[in-house]
Design a protein around this ligand. Structure first.
Ligand code: ADP
Ligand code: MG
Length: 322
């Protein structure tokens, strides 16, 4: 019997994935799926590819949690209702009617769309909102913005229960204050806070650009690997702007508070999640906690596969299963 190159490649891919599957078994990975990515899903159905990646991760033993936004979809319903969206410093001014609309869109439209897409590949997805079982306690961010919240506290009990029962939680980012008033909260911020609360191995942002750039209009300036300290500096000097700010701030905070790695990846690339998690290819931007990255720079030249072999040597310390 002869084996074709294609078959040989399949075997190679599976063998390459094996150490990653072993290493990440049982680990939580929080994935934020951007509203822009959702709005742009038509031709090769990026949503379906994303959904199958999430189910595959679950089937090989990871515990994915999906957090989604829905900014474009909220704007579009406001438009249909004759309300003009207003933004201040990138944040939506959210009066009582607008928070109602945000709630309808996120919990009534975007969340079930993601749940349905995932469940086409395996009945694991369960939609929850930050209102469920007190998952997201919100505080107002700035009275001038109305019902735009920040995360005061995450109560991960509902997520822990779902994960223990092997479900895939899909989180809509509406939170409530102590009076039960709903707030719309930036999904990037919520993803970071949930990753921290769950002690996730990875926090992944799927967005509409291949990663962080040193110059936003120059793809050749992609930052493949960085640290929380370096990102602090890039925020201060204005390199990071607009919708990238809450992602980067959340990456910094997450890796400083116990999350293993944070990644900013291009959600438009088919199977980008699988490429990141299960292959040796360094893809997008990876954010490491400061000390590990520094010790790397001291000893090695630092392309991504080397980071990974170093991580492997550190694996036992991260509580890896045999
Ligand atoms: P999402 O729907 O994924 O949250 P956003 O539009 O909010 O998407 O954020 C991603 C955008 O951030 C990119 O499309 C890019 O225009 C912008 N951005 C700002 N600064 C940077 C940077 N330094 N590197 C990459 N993208 C940046
Ligand atoms: Mg955004």
């Amino acid at each position: 019997m002869t084996v074709s190159d294609a078959e040989h490649n399949v075997a190679h891919v599976l063998v390459e994935a094996l150490p990653y599957i072993r290493r990440f078994a049982g680990k939580v990975i929080v994935v934020k799926y951007g509203g822009n990515a959702l709005a742009g899903t038509t031709e090769h159905d990026a949503l379906d590819v994303f959904a199958s990646d999430i189910v595959l991760m679950r089937l090989v033993g990871l515990r994915p949690v999906v957090v989604h936004g829905g900014g474009p979809q909220i704007s579009s319903l406001m438009d249909r209702l004759g309300k003009t969206p207003e933004f201040r410093h990138g944040l939506r001014v959210t009066d009582a009617e607008t928070v109602d609309i945000a709630r309808m869109v996120l919990i009534g439209q975007v969340n079930p769309q993601l749940v349905a897409a995932i469940n086409l590949h395996g009945d694991y997805a369960v939609g929850v909102s930050g209102e469920d079982a007190g998952l997201i306690r919100a505080v107002p961010r700035d009275p001038a913005l109305g019902f735009v919240g920040d995360v005061a506290r995450i109560n991960p009990a509902i997520l822990e229960g779902l994960l223990a029962d092997e479900f895939i939680p899909v989180v809509a980012t509406i939170g409530t204050d102590e009076t039960g008033q709903p707030y719309n909260i930036n999904a990037d911020v919520v993803a970071g806070a949930i990753a921290e609360a769950l002690g996730a191995e990875k926090l992944v942002y799927l967005t509409d650009i291949e990663g962080l750039r040193r110059q936003v209009d120059d793809p050749a300036t992609l930052i493949r690997q960085t640290t929380a300290d370096e990102l602090d500096a890039l925020i201060t000097d204005g390199t990071i702007a607009g919708g990238m700010i809450p992602k980067v701030v959340s990456c910094i905070q997450a890796v400083r508070n116990g999350v293993g790695r944070a990644h900013i990846l291009d959600g438009r690339v088919a199977h980008v999640l699988l490429l990141e998690v299960f292959t040796d290819a360094g893809i997008g931007t990876m954010v490491a906690p400061d000390h590990i990255a520094r010790s790397l720079e001291d000893s090695l030249g630092s392309p991504s596969p080397i980071v990974r072999s170093l991580e492997d040597s550190l694996g036992s310390h991260q509580g890896e299963r045999p």
